[in-house]
Design a protein around this ligand. Structure first.
Ligand SMILES: [Zn+2]
Length: 292
């Protein structure tokens, strides 16, 4: 043909260089990127960093002791927690006694009967594709599952690299907290930030008492406490209390504060200002209350 020669890029159907085409060409020999399971990972309702973590775990490329030995950068493959098994991805995230204790905080009805017997990829896929709401939290199991995976991996690293031991309870609480925060980010703005009153204290009408209550749970120890403050329409302090309520979950702390408020004080009328609507949304037996 009477045309000049020109350079083409053979790995793209249109013979034009594309990074995507190049990556697919280079990676096609090591993994099947057309497998629909990868779509399942990227559709999981968790933060992007957890999706990336999930993708690495699915490919069995987490830098466990076993993987470090495989790459000739580790001295031994044993688990740093139990020291009885090779530290594989599945061992860190499920089979180690520490991880198992975390998972067993959930009711057996939450996860499948094969939860502790499936292979790594089958286990990850079956759980990230289970979007049933966990009744205690109204959060999809897939979101809670990945959040717990992430916290198990972080706990392992904190223990190994920073010598900070983590308790199964703390890991469980952090996983639930992450899942909860992520799901809250999807709430309509009106519910997440009800109105300016949530940012500025406003006194009640004359003759009424304003009750401000709050509960906290330590992320590291899981110890919780509740505190209440009563004020009149001028903002003058009337009464209040603070109580330690032991080791518990954030939702339990929220419920504790209601129980104590109503059990300890006989009040004919009060305003209830909430900084957190979660407990009202999660418990079907409770309805939002403005006046009691
Ligand atoms: Zn172990």
């Amino acid at each position: 043909m009477d045309t000049n020669d020109f350079i083409i890029y053979r790995w793209n159907p249109k013979y034009v260089f594309k990074t995507k085409s190049t990556y697919f060409h280079l990676a096609s020999s090591s993994w099947d990127f057309t497998n629909p399971c990868w779509t399942d990972i990227w559709k999981t309702r968790v933060p992007q960093r957890l999706r990336l973590f999930l993708w690495i775990a699915f490919r069995d490329r987490l830098m466990t002791n076993l993987e470090r030995c495989r790459r000739s950068v580790g001295h031994h493959p044993y688990c740093t927690t139990c020291d009885t098994h090779d530290e594989s991805t599945l061992h860190v995230l499920r089979d180690c006694k520490f991880a198992r204790e975390v998972w067993l905080y959930f009711s057996p009805a939450v996860y499948s009967p094969t939860f502790f017997t499936e292979s790594l990829q089958a286990w990850l896929l079956s759980n990230i594709n289970c979007h049933d709401l966990v009744s205690d939290y109204s959060i999809p199991w897939s979101t809670i599952f990945v959040s717990i995976l992430w916290q198990l991996w972080k706990a392992k690293n904190e223990h190994v690299f920073n010598s900070i031991p983590q308790s199964p309870t703390a890991v469980w609480n952090k996983g639930i907290f992450w899942a909860h925060c992520y799901m809250e980010s999807f709430l309509p703005p009106l519910i997440r930030s009800p109105d300016s009153r949530s940012l500025h204290w406003t006194g009640p009408e004359p003759g009424w008492v304003c009750l401000n209550v709050d509960a906290t749970v330590s992320a590291s120890t899981s110890f919780g406490s509740v505190a209440s403050l009563f004020r009149d329409q001028t903002g003058s302090w009337l009464s209040g209390f603070q109580k330690a309520i032991g080791v518990l979950r954030p939702l339990q702390a929220e419920l504790w504060r209601y129980l104590l408020d109503f059990a300890l004080f006989g009040i004919k009328a009060l305003f209830l200002f909430r900084s957190n609507l979660t407990v009202l949304r999660q418990s079907s037996s409770l309805k939002p209350i403005m006046r009691i």
